[in-house]
Design a protein around this ligand. Structure first.
Ligand code: MRU
Length: 356
């Protein structure tokens, strides 16, 4: 299918190469990539949302480990020194954002790989090359998981359906097809016509700037609405399903996603519209029993009072800016994963599908 986004994240070159990524802060008006040659640049790109979306953050962090060890002279250092540097780099990258568990999952996977490689007689140069392969595997596996999510989830969407989505869970947030948007792209590949209502997603407008941009590139019928219009659009009978992504899902099926998702789920319940979450298995944090334990990122007040360069609140007004909220499992009709659909959403079904 044309218009696939393949530059969201790209590793350029071999172990001494660098990470190139679409600077999502510039969209929808400029499609530009930036190069990250240092772990500090990767950290900054995650922190300020040049790269964002749970799976993409994880992939970027895995590549961040690869650039982070380039400060070492691998021909001279000991395995212990390499191990210490990787520990420092992963600890640092883990401070970039708190909510999306994919970040910590990817960093843990890179650390586990390092431990396994250090137990072999591989040279430090070989370990660096194999760590790059691990990051590339994380990237490729995400691509496959997104396609599988789309295949399972598209069955939930009939031809002619009106759907609503929130934030951006597309190719810009993952590899290629996205999670929530993968359902729409796959349905389109199967010949179904959907109308997608896109919440603009205040305060940073990931829906308006990113999701609407992705859907338009794919020629999917797209209708942009302000977040506070969803209830009215549902009442008008235009919506048959809601589909969003997730940043962290706990063992009982509670799902953290972009602020506003919880409200949308309540609206969907009131209007008897099924609310679906689409996410890969590495978005689940089974160490947490319920959503109450999920750390919620609180971002700067200026994103509300001075969004996109214009002052929109009085001088020195207080503002509160939680970037995520948690939708309780009871409001979720199904969680679409690469292993199948979890429905009804409860602890037993989460474990059964994830372990299949
Ligand atoms: O703050 P963001 O833009 O990183 O928030 C992203 C979201 O909330 C997405 O919906 C979520 O990460 C799922 S991405 C497949």
């Amino acid at each position: 299918m044309a218009n696939i986004i393949d530059q969201t994240l790209q590793w350029i070159g071999g172990p001494n190469g660098h990470l190139s990524l679409i600077d999502q802060t510039l969209l929808p008006t400029q499609l530009q990539t930036i190069d990250c040659h240092t772990v500090e640049e990767v950290w900054e790109a995650i922190k300020v949302l040049r790269v964002r979306g749970a799976p993409a953050i994880g992939i970027a962090a895995a590549y961040g480990v690869c650039v982070g060890i380039q400060t070492l002279d691998l021909t001279r250092i000991s395995p212990d020194q390499l191990s210490q540097r990787i520990s420092a780099v992963t600890t640092y990258l883990a401070t970039s954002r708190p909510t999306a568990v994919n970040l910590f999952w990817a960093l843990d996977r890179m650390k586990d790989k390092t431990t396994a490689l250090l137990a072999t007689d591989s040279s430090t140069e070989q370990i660096a090359a194999l760590l790059l392969k691990e990051a590339q595997a994380i990237h490729e596996e995400d691509r496959a998981m997104c396609h599988a999510i789309g295949k399972f989830g598209s069955e939930l969407l009939q031809d002619g359906t009106g759907v609503i989505t929130h934030c951006n869970a597309g190719g810009l947030a993952t590899s290629e097809y996205g999670t929530a948007l993968s359902l729409f792209f796959t349905a389109q590949d199967e010949g179904k016509q959907l109308t997608v209502f896109v919440d603009e997603t205040r305060p940073l407008l990931q829906g308006a700037r990113l999701t609407a941009w992705e859907l338009k590139r794919r020629d999917i019928e797209t209708i942009l609405i302000c977040d506070n219009m969803a209830a009215q659009v549902m009442r008008e009978g235009k919506i048959q399903a809601v589909v969003t992504g997730a940043d962290r899902i706990t063992a009982n099926g509670d799902a953290a996603n972009k602020i506003g998702t919880y409200g949308l789920a309540i609206l969907a319940k009131y209007h008897s519209i099924p609310f679906y979450v689409a996410a890969p298995s590495n978005t689940f944090d089974l160490k947490l029993e319920s959503g109450a334990e999920i750390p919620i990122e609180v971002r700067g007040a200026d994103e509300i009072t001075h969004g996109f360069g214009r002052q929109t609140g009085p001088d020195e007004v207080n503002a509160y800016n939680p970037a995520f909220d948690v939708t309780p499992a009871e409001l979720i009709a199904g969680i679409v994963t690469e292993k199948g659909i979890i429905s009804p959403v409860n602890r037993d079904n989460v474990l059964t599908v994830l372990q299949s």
